[in-house]
Design a protein around this ligand. Structure first.
Ligand SMILES: Nc1ncnc2c1ncn2[C@@H]1O[C@H](COP(=O)(O)OP(=O)(O)OP(=O)(O)O)[C@@H](O)[C@H]1O
Ligand SMILES: [Mg+2]
Length: 312
């Protein structure tokens, strides 16, 4: 078994991406401007963001025993992501997501196999988690997530949770046991709104911190992020991008770069968020969830240009 600093527990999928001039009406046929497929999945993207920056990480999750599954696993290997506990399941089907991009804005149709292609409890290796530093998950498969998070807590491993609105719809009562074990919770704006029923991100974050989550970072798309702890609340703006090509994976890139900077490099919250905003802004200038994810040199060169204060 390999030892890694950061473990991502969750989903990996194939993204079919079409750029379209507009969304078709019922019965309308339109020509796509481009058609591509890319490796994707929120958790796998998160790990690739870390791997590109030079972090050591591994994927805890499942694919089907099919050609898409092979493609995704080979891609993880190429990205230097540990796959000791990436399981190929005969009875399962690798999920495919359909992503449509019109004017830089994405719409996603998620695979029905996303829920069913998953690990069993006995696939989760306690030593793998105990020997890491951070366990990050999207909570997509509640039973497995709960089991793995409890292992992490038993061994004092940091827990990072990405909460998207689709998962947040399960409601506070169904998720609270896991959310309250998070050392850092990173919902996007919709996730924060859905879980707290607060319209304003500042209020959402305060509610979550008051419930006992030590660090809440709400990602706000073009507005950057809002960081909240019990004694600190601050917005950290995104970098301005003239031409946005594809925002798919922006949050995953932010989360990966943040985890690497905060938990592994040990930077403070603000500096780690700036670094992660920078990584996400490079990502959104390229088509595909992972294409634009930078290596560390590229990111630091970019920050020199857009935010010289970062180096103070
Ligand atoms: N239009 C933009 N301009 C600059 N930065 C952006 C823009 N959109 C996203 N970002 C960067 O990406 C981060 C995450 O974006 P967002 O809040 O949209 O995440 P998300 O909804 O989880 O996205 P995804 O599901 O695609 O990963 C932002 O906090 C910001 O750093
Ligand atoms: Mg996201």
């Amino acid at each position: 078994m390999n030892q890694v600093d950061i473990i991502g527990l969750g989903e990996i999928v194939l993204d079919w991406v079409a750029e379209i001039p507009h969304f078709p009406q019922p019965d309308e046929k339109i020509d796509a401007k481009s058609e591509n497929y890319f490796p994707g999945g929120v958790t796998a993207n998160y790990l690739v963001a870390i791997g590109r920056l030079g972090g050591s990480c591994g994927f805890l999750g499942a694919v089907g025993d099919d050609s898409y599954g092979n493609f995704l696993i080979n891609d993880l290997i190429n990205e230097n992501i540990d796959i000791s506990f990436t399981i190929k399941k005969k009875s399962m089907i690798t999920p495919v997501n359909f992503i449509f991009i019109a004017n830089g804005e994405k719409s996603i149709i998620q695979s029905p196999h996303m829920q069913s292609t998953k690990l069993d409890i006995h696939d989760v290796d306690e030593d793998y988690i105990a020997n890491s530093k951070v366990l990050h998950t999207t909570l997509i498969h509640s039973d497995i997530s709960n089991f793995a998070i409890k292992i992490a807590k038993r061994h004092n491993i940091k827990v990072s949770i990405d909460l998207e609105s689709q998962i947040a719809k399960r409601g506070w009562n169904n998720l609270k046991e896991m959310l309250l074990m998070a050392d850092v919770l990173i919902p996007n704006k919709e996730g924060a709104k859905t879980i707290t029923k607060q319209n304003n991100p500042e209020n959402s974050a305060k509610v979550l911190v008051k419930k006992g989550i030590p660090i809440v970072i709400i990602t706000l798309g073009s507005q950057g992020v809002l960081v909240t702890t019990s004694d600190f609340q601050k917005r950290i703006p995104a970098y301005h991008i003239k031409k946005i090509v594809d925002t798919t994976g922006a949050g995953d890139t932010f989360n990966g770069a943040f985890s690497f900077a905060y938990w592994i490099k040990g930077w403070d919250l603000e500096r780690a968020c700036k670094f992660a905003n920078g990584a996400a802004s490079l990502k959104i200038q390229k088509l595909g969830a992972r294409t634009g994810m930078p290596d560390e040199k590229k990111l630091l060169d970019y920050l020199k240009l857009v935010d010289p204060n970062f180096f103070d």
